[in-house]
Design a protein around this ligand. Structure first.
Ligand code: GLU
Length: 298
């Protein structure tokens, strides 16, 4: 199923992105990530995009989007072009999910959270994914038969059959294990092995949203020509899933830089309290953008 998404890796203009979710106010940790993206884009002679990751209609609100645009303008981070809003792109994500389904890599899951908790207890499954959640026990993974008839009409999510997906991806890579091109802050590159199996059968389309974070972030990074993904360490383990999807869809691998918690100008970790302080609050306290940039080492 490789193919139409593939882009030539040669001579791509470096392209970075900052991709906040408007489900709350931006805090100092976000400011650090945006400023690091800005600095690296400049260092690499590339561009910087803003992407609004608002697929979760229950948590994202227009007032948070307005506030984040305003806070980023206050901070003085400049982006190329107009922001891309993920909630306007469900059709694009659906087409890529459809390719996974046509390749036999997804199945319908009718389980509720409590169904999963009960099945997990009953099966004695104790493994957890890298975020600490129980692995899906596979209740709805029913091979070729499709959903049981009495479930017709009930809402379902689509899950990736992870074992099959990894098998298909390694067939594409000629049995080479999946890896992530990783950069450190000085832009030294290394290749790190990644393990999507550790995540179990992840959801690719939710019951209430026709996509998922993993699908939309992977599709948009590729279609927007993102060459360097710079984001927090908390998303490093999820990159295994993104590398798997990139391989299945024939997308090139961007270089990944997962930064630590924010640091101050001397390289020490800033107190957590400051890291989670909303930029709105600092602004109200009279902090200037120059002061904030300087305190973060920019
Ligand atoms: N939207 C995600 C967040 O706000 C970031 C996703 C990413 O950078 O890949 O945490």
């Amino acid at each position: 199923m490789q193919g139409s998404g593939t882009q030539g890796a040669a001579a791509l203009r470096p392209m970075l992105r900052f991709a906040p979710s408007p489900n709350g106010f931006l805090h100092v940790g976000h400011a650090y990530s945006a400023l690091l993206n800005e600095r690296l884009a400049r260092q690499l002679g590339g561009g910087l995009l803003l992407r609004i990751e608002d697929i979760d209609a229950t948590r994202c609100r227009p007032e948070f989007e307005d506030a984040l645009l305003d806070d980023l303008a206050w901070l003085g981070v400049r982006f190329d072009g107009v922001p891309l809003r993920q909630s306007e792109r469900f059709g694009v994500y659906g087409a890529y999910i459809g390719r996974l389904t046509s390749a036999g890599l997804t199945y319908r899951c009718f389980c509720s959270r409590s169904d999963i908790a009960a099945a997990t207890r009953a099966s004695g499954e104790t493994r957890r994914d890298p975020d600490g959640a129980s692995l899906y026990p596979g209740t709805c993974r029913c091979g070729e038969q499709g959903p049981a008839p009495d479930l017709a009409g009930r809402p379902f999510s689509l899950r990736l059959d992870m074992a099959k997906a990894v098998q298909q991806a390694t067939a594409i890579t000629g049995d080479a294990p999946l890896t992530m091109p990783s950069l450190d802050a000085a832009l030294h590159a290394e290749t790190i092995a990644v393990d999507p199996l550790a995540w179990g059968d992840v959801i690719v389309a939710r019951k209430e949203t026709p996509t998922s974070y993993h699908v939309s972030v992977t599709v948009d990074d590729a279609l927007q020509g993102v060459t360097h993904v710079v984001r927090g360490r908390d998303l490093e383990a999820a990159t295994a899933i993104h590398r798997l999807l990139q391989t299945l869809w024939g997308f090139p691998a961007p270089a990944y830089l997962h930064h630590d918690l924010i640091r101050d100008a001397s390289g020490e970790k800033l107190a957590k309290s400051l890291g989670s302080k909303p930029l709105r609050q600092l602004r109200a306290e009279g902090v200037t953008p120059q002061e904030l940039r300087a305190s973060l080492g920019f």
